[in-house]
Design a binder for this molecule. Structure first.
Ligand code: GTP
Ligand code: MG
Length: 249
């Protein structure tokens, strides 16, 4: 039986919060990232992608209470899914380890959930959001993929491919995540919509990665995202029916 966290001391919200941080060779960035995490988060789980630098040692030094999961396969999607499975909080927040996502924004994500949303989706294009990091090619690709998703799924997303999101852990079963790569956010977004979850966008400002190089390849990963958008349509009806039953419970 899973162990659940009680929302602990200092928590401004009546829900416990797990922060999942996928990290592959991010030792130099972790001090910056962990410094932005609110003191009231209940647990931080680092999912290591078999880093060949000091990622795990640095992370443990910075946060003795850290939980470390070593992913079983490769890719950010696999890392996040295994981190989600290990989480014990009521709310799961996913952030990057490269310094591009600001932990101080966790408060708005959690507030959005506590105020009634099932899924709080970060957006760099919502009023108040922004990016120092999006190249013109990535921005164009993201806009096209976001538009296609909105057309096919009836959503009103402004930013499909963004890795800063939060959701109630109880929805993990409905999301039923099963992918390995950077298409993970797309998969979450389309499945959340198909399941009829209440989705609210949260403005977020993305900064540039501080040290190191990106693991994302625009064409390869854009193609994986596109395939996910097209493939998931056929899954829709069955999932929607299942989800309605689960949500009604
Ligand atoms: N555990 C694990 N983490 C990964 C893997 N691939 C990427 N990550 C992490 O996922 C986060 C996002 O990956 P990035 O390489 O920064 O991709 P990106 O943010 O799209 O690219 P940039 O904007 O250039 O930084 C970072 O914290 C990475 O360390 C992986 O295979 N395993
Ligand atoms: Mg990044």
């Amino acid at each position: 039986m899973p162990v659940h966290l009680n929302a602990m001391n200092k928590q401004p919200f009546a829900a416990s919060v797990s922060v999942i941080v996928p990290a592959m060779n991010e030792a130099e960035n972790l001090p910056h990232v962990f410094a932005t995490l609110p003191e009231w988060v209940d647990e931080v789980i680092l999912v290591d992608g078999n880093s060949i630098d000091d990622t795990v040692a640095v992370a443990r030094r910075l946060r003795p209470d850290l939980r470390v999961v070593v992913q079983s396969r490769r890719g950010k999607g696999n890392a996040l899914i295994e981190g989600f499975q290990a989480a014990r909080g009521d709310i799961i927040v996913m952030i990057d380890a490269d310094g591009s996502t600001d932990g101080r924004e966790i408060r708005s994500f959690v507030a959005t959930l506590v105020n009634g949303a099932d899924f709080a989706k970060g957006s760099r294009y919502a009023p108040g959001g922004g990016s120092d990091d999006l190249s013109p090619i990535r921005s164009l690709g993201n806009k096209v993929l976001t538009g296609l998703t909105n057309l096919l799924y009836g959503t009103r997303y402004t930013d499909l491919c963004y890795g800063y999101n939060a959701f109630w852990a109880r929805h993990l079963d409905i999301l039923d995540l099963d992918c390995d790569g950077f298409e993970i956010e797309t998969l979450m977004n389309v499945r959340a919509a198909q399941a009829g979850l209440i989705i609210r966008e949260v403005p977020s400002h993305e900064r540039s990665r501080i040290h190191g190089v990106s693991n994302l390849h625009a064409v390869r990963d854009g193609w994986r995202v596109l395939k996910t958008i097209m493939r998931e349509r056929t899954r829709g009806t069955a999932v929607a029916a299942q989800a309605q039953v689960a949500l009604a419970k």
